[in-house]
Design a protein around this ligand. Structure first.
Ligand code: SF4
Ligand code: SF4
Ligand code: SF4
Length: 248
């Protein structure tokens, strides 16, 4: 099978995460040929069986590039938060046109398209969450594809993994932690290292977002602090609830 790793606008940290697979890349190469990977190869080819796409389109050329990748692959994987939720690039969408005019004299010229998740433009077969994505989840996904099994997203919160590790809850200690509404799968990386969850994996489907906002307000966080936290990685996914909170 042939795979390709493609970049749209982003920090390319997810491509680097692929390189960080180190010896696991050798296992991968037993099953796959890496046909297209700008960071690692001089000559790149299409089509591929599986396309991993990081980043989000921020201009017309990148939208066309994404549409072409979709046409030339069988399976498309949104790789990392930028691709899955629009990520940090989508924070530009938190500005009104008026604010953008004041700051940039218009929307930033290199960003004429409002950053959106990949599935706004094309069908996405799988999502690998996180900033950067989890190497373990990538290997789980690839193993599922090789075995012809269905790969399932984690439908529970970071809190579940945090509790399993018997961490002292940072929310109870007054930190603004987004673990209760954020999709698990990172093994509660940040709280396990004494830092609150910033929500880099985005909200999971049944997350009680309004309920968590109420908890944060009861602790004493201001509307602005909560909006800033929710906007960091998931503005595009949470803009309705952010709009509701603004109006409240
Ligand atoms: S998800 Fe994070 S690490 Fe990956 S490309 Fe986006 S900003 Fe970089
Ligand atoms: S520290 Fe955060 S992630 Fe861990 S249990 Fe508390 S709220 Fe959940
Ligand atoms: S704890 Fe939260 S911010 Fe940290 S890696 Fe996991 S989802 Fe991302």
């Amino acid at each position: 099978m042939k795979i390709g790793i493609f970049s749209l606008s982003c920090c390319e940290g997810c491509s680097v995460q692929f390189l960080n697979l180190e010896e696991k890349i050798l296992d991968l190469l037993k099953h796959f040929g890496i046909e297209n990977f700008r960071l690692a190869k001089e000559y790149n080819e299409m089509p591929v069986d599986i396309a991993f796409v990081e980043g989000t389109p921020t201009n017309r050329e990148e939208i066309l590039k994404l549409l072409k990748i979709r046409k030339d692959c069988n399976v498309l994987v949104a790789l990392g938060t930028c691709a899955v939720t629009g990520g940090v690039s989508a924070m530009v969408n938190t500005m009104s046109k008026k604010e953008a005019m004041e700051v940039y004299g218009g929307f930033p010229p290199e960003m004429p398209v409002d950053p959106k998740p990949l599935d706004y433009y094309v069908d996405v077969d799988y999502h690998l969450y996180g900033c950067p994505f989890s190497k373990e989840e990538l290997m789980e996904l690839i193993t599922s594809i090789i075995l012809g099994k269905k790969y399932k997203d984690k439908e529970y919160s970071v809190c579940v993994e945090c509790s399993l590790r018997e961490n002292n809850c940072l929310l109870d200690q007054g930190y603004l932690c987004l673990g209760p509404i954020t999709r698990g799968g990172c093994k509660a990386l940040c709280p396990s290292n004494g830092k609150p969850c910033l929500g880099c994996r985005g909200p999971y489907e049944d997350a009680n977002i309004k309920g968590h906002i109420k908890v944060l307000q009861d602790i004493g966080f201001s509307k602005e602090e909560i909006i800033e936290a929710l906007s960091l990685f998931s503005y595009e996914k949470l803009k309705e609830v952010i709009g509701w909170l603004k109006e409240e």
